[in-house]
Design a protein around this ligand. Sequence first.
Ligand SMILES: NC(=O)c1ccc[n+]([C@@H]2O[C@H](COP(=O)([O-])OP(=O)(O)OC[C@H]3O[C@@H](n4cnc5c(N)ncnc54)[C@H](O)[C@@H]3O)[C@@H](O)[C@H]2O)c1
Ligand SMILES: [Zn+2]
Length: 648
Amino acid sequence: MEKLEELKRLIEYHSDRYYNQDDPEISDFEYDELIKEFRALGGERDNVGGTVKREFREVNHDIPVLSLSDVSSKQEVSDFVEKIQRELEEVEFIVERKIDGLSVVLRYYDGILKEGITRGNGIVGESVYENLLEINSIPKEIPTKLPYLEVRGEVYISYDNFKKVNQRHEKLEKKLFANPRNCAAGTLRQLNPAIVKERNLDIYIFNLEIAEGKNFSTHTETLEWLASQNFVITPDYKTCITYDEVWNAIKNIEYLRWKLPYGIDGAVIKINNLFDREILGSTSKVPRWAIAYKYPPEQKQTIIEDIIVQVGRTGRLTPVAILKPVHLAGTSLSRAVLHNQDFISNKDIRIGDTVVVRKAGDIIPEVVSVIMDKRKENSKPYQIPDNCPICHYETDKEASHTFCTNPKCPAKSIKGIIHFVSKNAMDINSLGANCIEALVNYGYIKEIADIYSLYKYHDELIEKGIVGKKRSTEKMLIAIERSKDNDIDKLISGFGIKNVGKQSARTLATYFKDIDEIKNATYEQLINLPDFGEIITSEIINFFKLPQTISMIEELKVRGVNLTSKTNTLENDNRFSGKIFVLTGALKNITRERATEIIQSFGGKVSSSVSKKTDYVIAGENAGSKLTKAQTLGTTILSEEDFEMLIV
Ligand SMILES: NC(=O)c1ccc[n+]([C@@H]2O[C@H](COP(=O)([O-])OP(=O)(O)OC[C@H]3O[C@@H](n4cnc5c(N)ncnc54)[C@H](O)[C@@H]3O)[C@@H](O)[C@H]2O)c1
Ligand SMILES: [Zn+2]
């Protein structure tokens, strides 16, 4: 009983992360295993999917949007087919790709798209109409003007477009989406249609639900008609009569799976005849006339050629398996994170072992198990080293993780370096966070100034492929070279002096001739600058006194980085000048501190309470009384996404 309760709690937790937050922690495969275990113990769940976000309009579904009964074995498919064949005569089955995205319902009145709704909990969904208007593959008007038409489709994002979104997020240091499905769901369920447009979502229509004034007798007829009305329908469906044909169609889709430009997670087997569907009906959760066959995550064998240890920004040591490259789930796989010593010891993973790998959630590479029969005789158990591979200080264990104990370990300076190259600072955008982490781990960067010596390792970097191939490496080196010429406000921002944002850096660059003058500036000189207070003034003075600052500036000078102000011609970006902002609720992509910094850097002010003087309230999730007050006062309310658009 306790086990059942625990499973239920776990399932509710993961389901909330998946449906409501679009941010799953475990793979679908693992989730489905939990469900199976829960059912095997007699557990039952009553809800399908998620809830409606507070910001969206609730819409009742005409026809409940159900889930599909999942199967994962050949036997279950054959049971389904045989059962149906016993109950009905001359049945035709349709096998379709199960596209991995999220369901939406589209409503057309007199041929015009008037409403679009997510599944929500199956009974009530949320209107995402404005966002759907930004999806090119959804027709906004169709030739046949039926009084009412309702169709269902799957909104998804292609692998290519998904990659672009995550690349942008990486540059902006925003959280990455775990997989295309979450990216599509997260995009459709945010409040700014411009973001939907930018990310290029797509749709496949897979069902016609209601068509007033038109009669159809089969599913394929509906699909053909929908295609004639300019809908993009579920591609390449197969009509099957026998069980063998059904199974072959399922296998064909599996064979194609990783060759497609978008993700699918299974095949859907439906009955073609619409009257038969009515006879069979549905349970409260799933129709009886269809099932979904879920493909197992693709697994392959490969060899662990080496185990390297990376040190992260917090000083944590992470072992990574270097694999003999294998093609898996659509991409080539050559590394897999081994997490920590416990993970390695529990599976007894050793260098030289032949292992089974898969992509968890079809995205993150994972070592599943070791094939003991293939183990080499002289292999030894693997131990994470007692010393940090970067600075050689001793390591220490905290819970299951190992950490470098050196407070000055170069790995820990990664954060500072990432800040140094970021957009508001030196703006070296081809030097991303992962790249920096790798360069630090390989020992090419120990401190900021080392960035400007990377060119010396041109050949070596290309050969090792740390930054990528020749083109990306050279692109990065050119960007680094160019940044030497930046004005000093960018450099000062890059130093990451506490409380010195973009705006204060500009002020410094406007009032002083060069870095040397700033370094030698007196308290009096600084405090008299516009908008400079006591705190920022002392931070600046202290920063330039530090021996490491002095040596860093010296190193930058030697490497030819510009230390002279060119600001006479510079115009300040004071787009928020005189505006007062209030932040409330939880922001997803940015900390409050960072948001404050950005507002100030554009000349705005941040206040802690809402009053008549407030110009904008930025409302994150679960915003409370401040939001209510703003609503009463009629203050302009911005979502996090609105704010992001204002600061680009
Ligand atoms: N990783 C996690 O933490 C987590 C949590 C909850 C759920 N999940 C995953 O979500 C899924 C369960 O979600 P579900 O209830 O939406 O059911 P489902 O995904 O198993 O099946 C139903 C959905 O399939 C979609 N679909 C795609 N192509 C289709 C086609 N050609 N015809 C008909 N439908 C098609 C529709 O949107 C439909 O609503 C499972 O895969 C589960 O693993 C994962
Ligand atoms: Zn270290």
